[in-house]
Design a protein around this ligand. Structure first.
Ligand SMILES: [Zn+2]
Length: 207
C-alpha cells in the first residue's frame, strides 16, 4: 500500500495522541478534493491545517493528511482517541466506485494491523451531520473489523452431518489444521489447498 505524502505546514503544534480507540469515516462533501484543498479549507476553519489523518481519493490513491499519531480535528469531542479518514466525494448524492472502496478497505486493514480492534463509525454516528452521506458504503468498511474478529474466533468445529467425514480426514492426514487443533471446517477451500489435499489422497492410494 502506498501512502502519498504532501509537504504541509500546520499553524498549530500537533499533539501526539495517547490512545486510539476509533476510526471515524468522513466524506469531503465536494466532488473533488485533494489534501491541499482540504488543508486550505481547514486552515480557514481555524483547525491549524487538515484535520483528517488520511484522504482516500476516487482513483484509489491514499494520501496522508496529519501524521497518524497526532490528535486530529475531524470529530469534535472524539479527536483525542480517533483516527479520521476522509473519502473524496459527496456521498449524499454520489455512489462510491470500486477503486475507492478497495483502497479504503486496504487502509483500514493496515491501521487495524497496528492498533488491533478499533470501533469503526461514520461521522454521523457521533454528531448531527450528514457526513459521510447516505450513499456512503459504511458496511464495506465496518466489515473489515468483523473479518479480523472472525479470524481470532475459536474454531467452532464441523456441523453434525459432516463430523464423521471431517474426523476421518484428520485421521488420514488429509487436513493438517494449524497445529493448535483448529481446522476451520466452515471456511472455503481454495484451489491450491484442494490441490494439496488431492495429492495427499493420491499418496495414500499409492502407499
Ligand atoms: Zn465528517
Amino acid at each position: 500500500m502506498t501512502i502519498h505524502e504532501v509537504e504541509l505546514e500546520f499553524t498549530v503544534r500537533l499533539q501526539s495522541r495517547s490512545k486510539t480507540e476509533m476510526i471515524v469515516l468522513h466524506h469531503s462533501a465536494s466532488a473533488v478534493a485533494t489534501v491541499e484543498t482540504i488543508h486550505a479549507l481547514h486552515l480557514l476553519n481555524g483547525y491549524g491545517g487538515i484535520g483528517y489523518h488520511y484522504l482516500v481519493r476516487k482513483d484509489g490513491s491514499i494520501w496522508r493528511g496529519r501524521p497518524e499519531n497526532v490528535v486530529g480535528a475531524h470529530s469534535k469531542g472524539n479527536n483525542l482517541y480517533s483516527i479520521g479518514i476522509c473519502f473524496e466525494g459527496n456521498f449524499e448524492n454520489e455512489e462510491m466506485g470500486e477503486a475507492q472502496v478497495v483502497a479504503g478497505v486496504e487502509l483500514i486493514k493496515d491501521i487495524l494491523s497496528r492498533y488491533g480492534e478499533l470501533e469503526i463509525v461514520g461521522h454521523r454516528d457521533l454528531q448531527a451531520t450528514a457526513c459521510p452521506g447516505k450513499g456512503f458504503p459504511i458496511s464495506a468498511f465496518t466489515a473489515v473489523q468483523e473479518e479480523e474478529g472472525k479470524e481470532e474466533a475459536e474454531d467452532d468445529g464441523p456441523a453434525a452431518w459432516a463430523k464423521d467425514a471431517c474426523e476421518k480426514c484428520v485421521e488420514l492426514g488429509l487436513f493438517l489444521g494449524d497445529g493448535k487443533g483448529n481446522y476451520r471446517w466452515r471456511d472455503y477451500v481454495s484451489r491450491q489447498e484442494l490441490a494439496v489435499v488431492l495429492m495427499r489422497m493420491r499418496g495414500l492410494e499409492n502407499g
